[in-house]
Design a binder for this molecule. Structure first.
Ligand SMILES: Cc1ncc(COP(=O)(O)O)c(C=O)c1O
Length: 394
């Protein structure tokens, strides 16, 4: 009999749950392998391929022998290009040595948390939240403090709620704008009032801006670190290439942080993964050039059409509710009136209606499900029609 290793596992890892978003994708995949047609509204990545000019830059780097270790925090040209982008597009003043290129936005968030969170430190996380934040905090030995936001306030944490959730152990707050799973985008005023509370109490802000390029209509993206110097001194900005340039498989993101935190992040990365893939970094340099903007504009326009289509369809269903998302590529659908748990709901939706969605419990909101529109129009149309039938049958 093989030994049971449960006793050997660290207490930190035993507190952590596997990623539910990945598990839904796997279930849908298994059904497809059995020959079933599945309408996938559970995805978390652009349904496009990486633009050719980005691939070409990486291929050229590979051919050119850029196959060795790079500095742990990234090649200087890429760090300079990121610093330049943050200055011109986001109004953020970071020098290249405050940037750390990481293997995806995920690693960027985790590095930032590991750099500042001590055993027992509390980290405020507004719910619904991106699935990995609480688990990252636990892995770092910290304590996630979940603050439930209200649909009536468009799923945004207020400065008052932030203040109420604080304790002497509060070390960090995690903000995500545009947000996953809600698609909400904080305004400059909202961020300013949250930032003021943070500066008053010296709370580090982890600002995850991975969806910054996907904002629709009149909405604009604001980086909290651009609002004033005091806020900037407490902010670690996370960005990445996955969502904006359809580069999820490349694993490229970055942190931009105040000097001491940037040095700590560099140490962590130096002792764990070292640099993000060398030739991939050259692809990222190309992405930040002018042609990258044309790709983003085109993708954003297409996603906006899908977003509006889906909003119209969802608003016709009378026993659910949605807040209009202004960014990312998700809808958080409030299914309270259907009266079943989100896991149960998604199981039924998948097994009976062949529609894949992500249960809200993964995001700390068990009364909802997440539907994404990073899929083609036919799938979207059929998926949402089937979802409507499902809702009508309840
Ligand atoms: C809010 C948020 N942050 C970070 C990430 C991680 O991105 P990456 O694929 O670059 O690691 C994701 C990916 O889904 C996300 O939704």
């Amino acid at each position: 009999m093989s030994p049971n290793h449960m006793d050997s596992l660290s207490s930190r890892i035993q507190q952590v749950t596997p990623s539910l978003t990945l598990s839904v994708t796997n279930q849908a995949k298994a059904l497809r392998e059995q020959g079933e047609e599945v309408y996938g509204l559970a995805g978390g990545e652009p349904d496009r391929d990486t633009p050719q000019f980005i691939k070409d830059a990486a291929i050229a780097a590979l051919q050119d022998g850029k196959t060795k270790y790079t500095p742990a925090t990234g090649v200087p040209e890429l760090k300079a290009a990121i610093a330049q982008k943050l200055a011109t597009e986001n109004g953020l003043n970071y020098s290249a040595d405050q940037i750390c290129v990481t293997s995806g936005g995920k690693q960027a968030c985790y590095n930032a948390i590991l750099a500042v969170v001590e055993e027992g430190d509390e980290v405020i996380i507004p719910a619904p939240y991106w699935v990995s934040y609480p688990e990252m905090v636990r892995l770092a030995g910290g304590v996630p403090v979940i603050v439930e936001t209200q649909e009536s306030n468009k799923w945004k944490i207020t400065a008052d709620q932030f203040e109420e959730a604080m304790s002497p152990r509060t070390k960090m707050i995690i903000l995500n704008t545009p947000g996953n799973p809600t698609g909400i985008v904080y305004s400059a005023e909202e961020l300013k009032s949250i930032g003021e509370v943070a500066t008053y109490e010296d709370i580090i802000i982890l600002s995850d801006e991975i969806y910054e390029k996907l904002v629709y209509g009149e909405t604009t993206h604001t980086s909290i670190g651009s609002l004033d110097e005091e806020i900037a001194n407490l902010t670690v900005t996370v960005g990445g290439f996955s969502k904006a340039y359809a580069m999820t498989g490349w694993r490229l993101g970055y942190t931009a942080a105040p000097k001491e935190i940037a040095e700590a992040i560099a140490k962590i990365q130096g002792h764990t993964s070292s640099n993000a893939t060398s030739f991939a970094q050259y692809g990222a340099i190309a992405a930040l050039e002018e042609a990258g903007n044309a790709f983003i504009d085109e993708m954003r326009a297409e996603y906006d059409v899908r977003r509006q289509f889906m909003l119209g369809k969802l608003r016709e269903i009378n026993n659910i509710s949605v807040v209009e998302p202004q960014g990312a590529f998700y809808f958080l659908v409030n299914c309270t009136q259907l009266g079943i748990s989100s896991v149960n709901l998604c199981d039924k939706l998948l097994s009976r209606y062949k529609v894949a969605a992500v249960p809200g419990i993964a995001f700390g909101h068990d009364k909802s499900i997440r539907l994404s529109y990073c899929t083609d129009f036919e799938v979207l149309n059929e998926g949402i029609t089937r979802f409507e039938e499902f809702c009508q049958s309840h």
